[in-house]
Design a protein around this ligand. Structure first.
Ligand code: SF4
Length: 182
């Protein structure tokens, strides 16, 4: 499991109470808790994406999905969460991690228009957490993922970000990962 070498963070409390300023997460969690159901994009590209980018222990992600969703039967759910969502099967199911910054969430939903965070920026105090987490994830896993042909374009963009900004991205991402104060 090369990709998850440092993925041992606790699942944030807001997966259980929806207490976060992140509008997309708040709605996806509340919807999941209220209905024991959520749209595929909410499961994969909001909740799974955030857990992967913030380096949550994949076993905790498995347990949350299995506990929350009414259609979560273990033999179906585990390949989806551990494989597709958390890329924790050494790439057996997915050929690349399902990760995105805020731009994809903004494209696929209307969450960002009423969020306290700015989906367009990376390092400001009100920048969307997905943005610093996304680029930080690519940096952390550069050695393995940069060789993946499907990731080449993202690494060419990352490489064009000035080194000083990459340092600030890392600092903001690590603050988010360690405090989950978002
Ligand atoms: S700005 Fe970021 S946190 Fe807020 S809704 Fe958009 S993607 Fe989610």
């Amino acid at each position: 499991m090369f990709i998850l070498i440092n993925h041992n963070q606790e699942l944030p409390d807001f997966y259980w109470n929806a207490h976060t300023n992140m509008n997309c997460i708040k709605h996806a969690v509340q919807n999941s808790l209220d209905n024991a159901y959520a749209h595929h994009i909410q499961r994969l590209m909001v909740l799974g994406n955030y857990a992967l980018l913030s380096m949550v222990n994949p076993s905790q992600v498995d347990a949350w999905y299995l506990g929350v969703y009414i259609d979560a039967i273990e033999w179906v759910q585990l390949p989806n969460t551990r494989g597709m969502s958390q890329y924790a099967d050494s790439g057996l199911i997915a050929t690349k991690p399902y990760i995105s910054s805020a731009s994809y969430i903004n494209k696929m939903s209307n969450y960002c228009t009423s969020c306290t965070y700015n989906h367009k920026t990376r390092i400001e105090s009100d920048s969307c957490p997905f943005n610093s987490l996304y680029w930080n994830f690519l940096e952390i896993h550069r050695e393995k993922l940069a060789k993946n042909r499907r990731m080449k374009m993202m690494y060419s963009i990352l490489n064009k970000i000035p080194i000083e900004e990459r340092e600030k991205i890392k600092k903001r991402a690590m603050h988010i990962i360690t405090t989950q104060d978002v």
